[in-house]
Design a protein around this ligand. Sequence first.
Ligand code: F6R
Length: 616
Amino acid sequence: MCGVVGYTGTKQAASWLLDGLQTLEYRGYDSAGIQVVSPSGNLHGVKCAGRVAVLRERAAAANPVGTCGIGHTRWATHGAPTDRNAHPHLDGTGRIAVVHNGIIENFQELRRELMAAGHTFVSDTDTEVIPHLIQEAWDGPAHGDLAAAVRNACDRLEGSWAVACVCSDVPGTLVCTRNGSPLVVASTDDGAYCASDVMPLAGVTSHVLQLDDFDVATLSPDGTVSITDRDGRKVEHPSAIDIDWDASAAKLGGYSDFMAKEISEQPEALERLLKDRLGKHGIELDELSLTREELAAVDKIVIIACGTSYHVGLIAKAAIERWARIPVAVEYASEFNYNEEYLVTDHTMCVVITQSGETADTLTAARRMRGMGCNVFAITNVLGSTAARESDGTLYIQAGPEIAVASTKAYTAQMVASYLLALRLALANGSMERAEVEKHFHELETLPDIMREVLARRWQDKQAARLFRGKQSSLFLGRNVNATTAYEGALKLKEISYLHAEAYPAGEMKHGPIALIEGGFPVVAVVPADHVHDKTVSNIQECLARGAVVIGVATDGDERVAKMCSEVLWVPPVADELLFPTVAVIHLQLLARYVARDRGYDVDKPRNLAKSVTVE
Ligand code: F6R
């Protein structure tokens, strides 16, 4: 959600800013802009509603010249996505330009105060108060010290922000700061950079510095980065991260879209995650900050997540309860945050599942759990993300950059990370013998090859996608852990094809959703060869009796299902029915993608959605 980039150095800024914004497109946005400062102090801005491609065309025509500048992709919160509301925003004198991620909660009060002092505003955004506050400080107590002016201005703000600022009075200087919204900076031979995540920097450096809340960084054209804290004291040892994603990982590499690429990358992602996890202590999970004794004492687990990651949580619950015999509650972060009566025990552990590590609701919930005395363990994909930094322990799923907004490879990798956690807990509290844990681990190791086989069957998904032509709605059904597969399949379909999809535990269907079914209505039924197979088959019969067209997701060789369904998405047998969701979901990811493409939509950037949801 929103992206910030900034550069000062020896090369023309506009070109890198545009490239940087393009790599941030995956976060979701609806308008974009850049502002470049020439060495003689001319500020030149270009901004527009719409895609970075449109901005690129406008920038090519306007040709902003300068070796220092800032850029932004905006996801509208205050004010419609228009040219006027796009960032950067300027102060009243036109000397100071600012880009901002986050939300300024007290902007109305600040705006009133600034207007009373003679400032005029040209946009509907909360952001615009920031350059005006900087102007007040710049012409006042900061006396030409841009870092001090930015710090003074931000001291007035309530809410969250990652801010980058340039000023025509100090042409090569770029100042940035943050509170609650991530921001990284980097020093290189050709200048200094800032960005709201590491993606734009992957091609320019492998070493980035993370700002802490209220740190202010001053970037100079010779590549120097100087960081001061809230009180203006120099930060000697900022936390650093080494980027181990090579820049090509964020490129299409021959695929037509990132979603297709990321769906295909799932087997390798799991192999990376499972590598070296079986060691002399059983499951090696050093990322946990609890000792074996403390793990053995855990008597309740609360899993916090949103969206697709919440669905991982449901599978994690099944695995932990079955293998480690610990009761698990799975909570939507946004609901948990307003449940004032939430109960924990003295030995409750909190597991936070978040691909981006920046989801605002999830971060708030994790902070609350820590405040309640719980050890917080994060499962995330993004190195150095806020969730990782604020948790007691972090397991990185190592899925590599996920660019498509709809999560696919992070979903299955987070699921397997949860299986590892369940096995580690089972070993620690003695609910499973080591030999049994090892057996389950080896079963996990079979998943990548089964995934490859499912991927090779993508033609089945393409064929099944045709059954959605001309339809307005659909129903996804499954039982037990595959109710979750149904939820995830329906979410994927809704997100990228804009086709309504309802997901229900199959047995619950007759308590309401069955009323939806009429002749030709598409039903996707996840019906593996498991202990509830016969029950799900009966539910399929109920759908057929009302004229539904059923697409089955079934285990190879299931003749009964084959006879009932219009199409079957076949899955090779898995060693344990708990693992079926990890491989079966690939069919539903592919199905959603084919339906969306059939309807002519951009599968990577679905409307209204953002990759990391940094507002509540
Ligand atoms: C759906 C999707 C979202 C995210 C949700 C949480 O495909 O990606 O539902 O799962 O916004 O995001 P993270 O996992 O980054 O906390």
